[in-house]
Design a protein around this ligand. Structure first.
Ligand code: CIZ
Length: 301
């Protein structure tokens, strides 16, 4: 074990803290994490684990989610500038306007949203359970925010629903173009092409499998295929190589690198534990409403 890893372990023990890392984090971060997964898994972990503190290696909305679900724990986000441009496309005021334009229509917010946006919504979802969450709602109309591409994917799975979409997207996933898929298909005809639903609809249409990071990992584990093209953020390759070391993985597009997810390093985790930074706090009135949308999702999915 390196000296830095040992220091992290010591500080973790001293503070009775656990490290949660998203599937999109750097390999060096996933290596020192106690739990690695997608937002849905990590939010369940945050709600259930017994520790005094959580170091959340991800982006701000994820640390906020952990704090909302574990209000009594100290939640640290090691890199305070790790944000999510998709979450920033919509404000609580925008949601109120949408609700006044479509009275009575339920609002589903993707987990990639601020606490204020979650508080204005009826139920939250992640990419792993978005179709299930939308399908569970009464009536045919649903407001889905803020990811337009994920919304389009859900609408295609649920033809009886009419989705009212917000025009937000993940700039990293939106870089993938159809030519990238056709080129890779020609070069690796035997490969299975696995694509995240945050990619544009024309790209999603060309996939062999569409799913969230956890669904992509499960697909690879259960597939007899040996070569896979991965159409989501590069960080997921760390887990894929760990669970299936004998299989081959090709990243669909070299730009599938989220700069915000790559801000956290082992050094940032060490500094976070040593200096108690950066502590995430959420106003309890807003947190209470947001907690309701998250709890409904956890109960349903
Ligand atoms: O749900 C998540 O954690 C995100 C943002 C992506 C995924 O598919 O895991």
């Amino acid at each position: 074990m390196t000296e830095l890893k040992e220091e992290i372990e010591n500080l973790k023990r001293k503070r009775n803290a656990l490290i949660l890392a998203h599937n999109y984090q750097l390999d060096e971060v996933q290596e020192v994490a106690d739990y690695v997964g997608d937002s849905f898994y990590l939010s369940k972990v945050a709600a259930e684990i017994e520790s005094d503190g959580i170091v959340f290696c991800g982006v701000r909305f994820m640390a906020e989610t952990a704090k909302i679900l574990s209000p009594d724990k100290v939640v640290l986000l090691p890199e305070i500038d790790a944000g999510c441009p998709l979450a920033d496309t919509i404000t609580a005021e925008n949601v109120r306007e949408l609700k006044s334009q479509h009275p009575g229509v339920p609002v589903v917010c993707y987990v990639n949203s601020s606490v204020e946006v979650k508080a204005e919504s009826d139920i939250c979802c992640t990419s792993a359970n978005a179709v299930k969450v939308v399908a569970s709602l009464p009536g045919s109309k649903v407001i889905f925010i803020p990811d337009e591409n994920l919304g389009d994917y859900i609408a295609k799975q649920l033809p009886d629903k009419e989705l009212i979409l917000w025009q937000g997207c993940c700039v990293t996933h939106a870089k993938v173009k159809t030519e990238n898929v056709t080129q890779v298909r020609q070069r690796y005809p035997e490969a299975k092409i696995l694509i995240h639903p945050e990619c544009i609809p024309a790209v999603v249409k060309l996939a062999d499998f569409v799913g969230s990071t956890s669904e992509i990992i499960r697909y690879v584990e259960n597939s007899p295929a040996e070569v896979f093209v991965i159409g989501t953020e590069v960080g997921v390759l760390c887990k894929l190589r760990t669970v299936c070391p004998e299989k081959q993985f090709i990243l669909l597009h070299s730009g599938l690198v989220c700069p915000n997810m790559k801000k956290t390093r082992q050094q940032s985790i060490y500094d976070a534990l040593l200096n108690n930074r950066y502590e995430i706090n959420v106003d309890e009135t807003i947190a209470e409403k947001a907690r309701h949308t998250l709890t409904l999702m956890l109960e349903l999915a």
